[in-house]
Design a protein around this ligand. Sequence first.
Ligand SMILES: CC(C)(COP(=O)(O)OP(=O)(O)OC[C@H]1O[C@@H](n2cnc3c(N)ncnc32)[C@H](O)[C@@H]1OP(=O)(O)O)[C@@H](O)C(=O)NCCC(=O)NCCS
Length: 321
Amino acid sequence: MSTPRHGEEVGSISVRPMLETDLVEARRIFRVAFGTFLGVPNPEDFWADREYVFTRWLNDRDAALVAEIHGRLAGSNFATNWGSFGFFGPLTVRPELWNQRIAQAILRPTMDLFTKWRVRDAGLFTFAHSPKHIGLYQKFGFWPRFLTAIMSRSVSGSDRSAQQFSALTQADKEASITACRKLTDSIYAGLDVTSEIHSVSRQNLGDVILLWGGDSLEAFAVCHCGEGSEAGKDTCYIKFAAVKPGADPEKAFDRLLNACESFAAARGLMRIEAGVNLNRARAYRRMLQRGFRTDISGVAMHRDDSPAYNRPDAFVIDDWR
Ligand SMILES: CC(C)(COP(=O)(O)OP(=O)(O)OC[C@H]1O[C@@H](n2cnc3c(N)ncnc32)[C@H](O)[C@@H]1OP(=O)(O)O)[C@@H](O)C(=O)NCCC(=O)NCCS
């Protein structure tokens, strides 16, 4: 087999849904691709304590795609369906095959998934300093807008007033999911993270923190905990959190973050990680005031340059990774 030149398309790429038998190799490629891009000493060990591939595939098998060349896995991508909003990633290609349009071959059917799901807006998180990444996604109609900060701080909370989803009866779990959906819908019509709640609950990846104010849900957070989840060792990662729009969202946001910290402490976790788009200016400022510091800055790219729910008044935590 001749080695394709830089920028030349390799022949016989096929893209198909990921199968269980692909998982180990897809995870190896995921680690080695990010490890190589970021220049870590042993790329295959990159993020060995975090899991994305197995957990995302288990959550939605139809939303995980692989590219194959001559019967060997070349890369993969995951799409996420949050109701009226969709995003994709992690997208990874074997480093020895970079710049041969494999990512683009996987992205085409990824866009078809968004069409099938009828999402109104779509986005992604990527490296703000990489012209290649930004150029690649622009080909698919995504444009860079505000930075997204992946922030963290050490844990020191002691607010035990929140409810944990895992402790509820089946009927209360269903009612809570409905309440979460209603809350996210009030921020951005049709936004629905039920799949994340199911993923955490069914795969035992963490828990969902629920803050009630009277009969209605004031705020909630979907948290991953520790190794084998998206959080990694010693960490509680807030995958998604939102506060109901209202009179004093800062107060509810504070309560929610206190509750997340207490939850993390009770689980013996030392660090809390949470991402926020910088155009969610009030939430971002509040996190700074609470001692969160940025570990990584990336950029949110939006299809058709539409802001979706990255707005100053949205008290939402997520990062679309
Ligand atoms: C990012 C990644 C998935 C891209 O995969 P790939 O198969 O090399 O990408 P492709 O060859 O399909 O597309 C690359 C495109 O970037 C474009 N590009 C490269 N440099 C560019 C630049 N300086 N300015 C603008 N566009 C640029 C190229 O034009 C190319 O498209 P073209 O060949 O049609 O012209 C791969 O490099 C990877 O796995 N990286 C590590 C993990 C990662 O960063 N994942 C993405 C996280 S958001």
